[in-house]
Design a protein around this ligand. Structure first.
Ligand code: PRP
Length: 188
């Protein structure tokens, strides 16, 4: 698939190095820096937002050095010009998060609609703490304000990226790097 890519933005080694740094920061924050607020000291719950965050979640979890449980959530955006930012829950968590420390793992935050929908919905369940980690952040695309706690890389240009979880029409998620797809492959 490499020949279909115009340019590689983040190489595999670059991503892996950054993921390790984030994993270290998360481990330190929840172990010693007071991010953990669950008074019963139960493990952190890491929530992978399907499908894009699967690869990031799998790599990130291997770099985390504190006890952690997984959960998964699937969200669909069906925003249109008449209802921009409309978001719908496809698959809910399997754990109760009340009183628990929750860390959302996303691949990319763009307008912020999805992350805000998740945040509103999960805060209503009264977790002990709530943080969001995203591999990519496009802050200039934000339509709703939302703070990220951990960001892998900022994208300052409006580039359509694929790989490392991100797709075009459902494919290219399995690339180990993040790249720009050539225009001739963006039509179908
Ligand atoms: C992507 C990404 C985020 C969302 C961010 O998901 O994984 O969940 O878009 O966009 P926003 O900030 O504008 O809401 P997508 O709908 O592409 O689904 P996928 O993860 O299954 O590819």
């Amino acid at each position: 698939m490499r020949e279909r890519m115009e340019r590689i933005l983040f190489a595999e080694e670059t991503i892996q190095r950054r993921v390790k740094d984030i994993g270290k920061a998360i481990s330190a924050d929840y172990q010693t820096a007071g991010a953990a607020k669950d008074i019963e000291h139960r493990p952190l719950i890491a929530v992978c937002i399907l499908q894009g965050a699967v690869m990031f979640m799998a790599d990130l979890m291997r770099t985390i050095e504190i006890p952690v449980e997984y959960d998964f959530m699937s969200i669909s955006s069906y925003g249109s010009s008449t209802s921009p930012g409309a978001v719908r829950l496809l698959q809910d968590l399997s754990h109760s998060i009340t009183g628990r420390d929750v860390l959302i793992v996303e691949d990319i935050v763009d307008t912020g609609f999805t992350a805000n929908y998740i945040k509103r919905g999960l805060l209503a369940r009264n977790p002990a703490s709530f943080r969001i980690c995203t591999l990519l952040d496009k802050p200039f695309r934000r339509e709703e304000t939302i703070e990220m706690d951990y960001v892998g890389f900022f994208l300052e240009e409006d580039l359509f990226v694929v790989g490392y979880g991100m797709d075009y029409a459902g494919v290219y998620r399995n690339l180990p790097y993040i790249a720009l797809l050539k225009p001739e492959y963006r039509r179908h």
